[in-house]
Design a protein around this ligand. Structure first.
Ligand SMILES: Cc1ncc(COP(=O)(O)O)c(C=O)c1O
Length: 355
């Protein structure tokens, strides 16, 4: 791998980012590498700036785009850790493969993150609820308006300080008309088209007073899939239930981490199909139903209300709920306040971490 060239010149300083919406403020720098003639070239870190693309660039027309979302944390001991870099890297390449895009070598991915995070370390919020959101992504850049697989790509990483994603527990509705993903499609890939296609049903739900939809399966419109940018978890009858990785949902890093923590706590875990009828029955039998979304941006998003058809059900969100316990454990590992037995924290090398 050629060395990454670093041009740190910039005039931007860290401002108060806490009051701004998620994903609005870029840090000072970005990573960029170009793919052509079958190889990656010219990898570099430069001041954050706009791109120049041909209006013929294939990504603008046919959606050949893939992204990741991951976070870096300022740890209690002054080190900086990227959470589960390896798992994000693997998922990035799985998505790229599905979208006929070239793999990114592991050393390029890791080195780019190490260098970029070290350079923009001052932008990582030190507050308890703060972190640095990182967005590795790839776009097809060949300038040709005919439908084809691109031969040229950009791989980039941009970052933005992040705080709490949702200010309060969510109201969601079971979506029984629109579908996010079907078997054999791209549901497991983090490709741009999945998100664009989800906007319209989500917008309709917002207009009806909900924060998000709970997607259901494409065949029966009955089995829960996921929600927005989160995997779904339910805690009913002392079992933590989450839909299986069937190929239509994202293999969430938060999902996997919470399942691991729950198992280590001796909690029964079931990765299985869960229908909205089962959830409705539990509510109607007067059981406590915990429901929450799990994802990098939101971490854990408690759900307060689930609308099923024209009925609204209230979930259990009291302070002793399991989700808060798991959230706390995850937080403590990420911040270095508790041991990291699963080696989830990728520590940014010290000599880079100091400017
Ligand atoms: C569609 C979708 N499902 C689930 C998730 C949760 O995945 P993770 O925990 O890796 O962020 C995300 C966010 O990346 C997402 O976009």
């Amino acid at each position: 791998m050629d060395p990454i060239l670093i041009n740190p010149q910039t005039e931007r300083v860290v401002t108060d980012t806490k009051s701004l919406p998620f994903g609005k403020v870029p840090t000072e720098h970005m990573f960029i590498a170009e793919y052509h003639d079958g190889a990656w070239h010219n990898s570099r870190i430069v001041p954050f700036e706009n791109l120049t693309l041909s209006p013929f660039a294939l990504c603008l027309h046919y959606g050949q785009t893939v992204f990741e979302g991951m976070k870096a944390f300022a740890m209690d001991n002054g080190q900086i850790a990227v959470f589960r870099l390896d798992k994000h890297y693997d998922r990035f390449n799985k998505s790229l493969h599905r979208m006929c895009m070239p793999a990114v070598p592991k050393d390029l991915f890791t080195e780019a993150i190490d260098q970029l995070i070290a350079l923009d370390a001052d932008w990582i919020p030190r507050d308890a609820d703060g972190s640095l959101y990182m967005r590795p992504f790839m776009i097809a850049t060949e300038d040709r308006i005919g439908v084809k697989v691109s031969d040229e790509f950009l791989f980039m990483i941009v970052c933005s300080p992040a705080y709490q994603y949702y200010a309060k527990p969510l109201k969601v509705k079971i979506e029984s008309r629109f579908v996010r993903a079907a078997e054999g499609g791209t549901g497991f890939a983090k490709c741009g088209g999945n998100y664009g296609a989800s906007f319209y049903p989500t917008q309709m739900a917002r207009e009806a007073g909900y924060d998000q939809v709970l997607w259901t399966d494409s065949r029966h419109h009955e089995f829960i899939e996921e929600s927005g940018t989160m995997n779904m978890m339910f805690y009913i009858d002392n079992v933590l239930i989450t839909p299986p990785l069937s190929g239509t949902i994202l293999d969430g890093v938060t999902r996997d981490s919470l399942l691991t923590l729950a198992k280590a706590n001796g909690i029964a875990v079931a990765e299985r199909a869960i229908s909205y009828h089962e959830i409705m029955k539990a509510f109607e039998e007067g059981k406590h139903v915990e429901a929450f979304g799990a994802g990098t941006a939101a971490v854990i998003a408690p759900i307060e209300t689930i609308a099923i058809g024209n009925k609204q059900y209230t979930c259990y969100i009291e302070p002793d709920a399991l989700m808060y316990k798991l959230q706390k454990e995850l937080y403590e590992i990420r911040k270095g306040l508790a041991p990291d037995p699963h080696h989830w924290n990728h520590i940014i090398p010290q000599k880079m971490a100091q400017r």
